[in-house]
Write a protein that binds this ligand. Sequence first.
Ligand SMILES: Nc1nc2c(ncn2[C@@H]2O[C@H](COP(=O)(O)OP(=O)(O)O)[C@@H](O)[C@H]2O)c(=O)[nH]1
Ligand SMILES: [Mg+2]
Length: 313
Amino acid sequence: MSVPEAPSNNRTVVLVGRTGVGKSACANTLAGADLFEESNLSASQTKLVNSQTIRVDRSGKEYKVKIVDTVGIGDTELLPDEVLQRLVFACNECVEGINSVFFITKDRFTKEEADAWDVMWQVLFGAEVLEYTSFIRTNFLRFRDSVAVANNKEQLQKTNKYAKRVLPNVKYFLHDDNPPSEYDGKTTREDSREILLKHLIVNCAKVFHPPVLREIKERISEHAKAHQDARDKIRQLEARLEETSSEREQLRIRAGLAQANNNTAIDRNLVNRVLLTVVVRLVQRERERQEREQAERQGMFELLCGACSCSVM
Ligand SMILES: Nc1nc2c(ncn2[C@@H]2O[C@H](COP(=O)(O)OP(=O)(O)O)[C@@H](O)[C@H]2O)c(=O)[nH]1
Ligand SMILES: [Mg+2]
């Protein structure tokens, strides 16, 4: 459940989608500058996560827009565990909440996309994310033409069984085109930017707090508190050590100090450790999801075989 909040001038948008569909290009369009690396390179060569915050003036108000670019989900070159790990690291960039997830696609909606979609809501964020997800069709030359956009939306929904299953659940459907500037893409990107920013500012004021982000935040603050307690304890013990002249008492205090120092040392790699434990749990959840799908397929197969009147000798 998201907590009701006063509308703020901050917006956080997370871009997800397969590698090469144009996430980083879309991020640059949103930023109005080349802040993200665009390429056809494989996900393994892409940075873990890249996030940039820009300021935007709209109708006399200043907005702070945080853009979080991620690696491709549904990417065959990465193991599911690696993808989840990268996504959880991206989540750490938006622990204050997410205004919108931009799910980016290019020309088609494939099984990989449907899988990525399922991982996003079933494994990572929970069903509530669908309320906050905007489906962005990039590389759409006629994005300024409302009739072409409406037709494409309708066609896309009928493409195949994956599109038929997923796309009717999509709340916002947007089209844009973000060609590289060497192809005279500047004005096209400016027009695309207008569409994306308007949507982000007008339709995405509400903040989504996915349980996974709340958990990351809570666990990090628990650890930070334990760390602070240990430091307070060290200070107290050091003061007592100065005051006491008894050797026995000094020995006892030194033992306490060693213990407290140990407690602060454990916390050195705190954020990474918290994130990795979250990854482990999500990977487990993803495995369970795959097993469920497999069992359903098997059940369907057995049902069909049972209903079939032919006998195989
Ligand atoms: N013409 C055109 N090219 C695009 C568009 N989006 C991305 N590209 C290009 O496609 C390539 C891959 O895009 P990139 O943003 O790096 O994909 P990512 O892997 O999803 O981040 C880059 O060369 C981009 O410049 C688009 O909407 N139109
Ligand atoms: Mg990229």
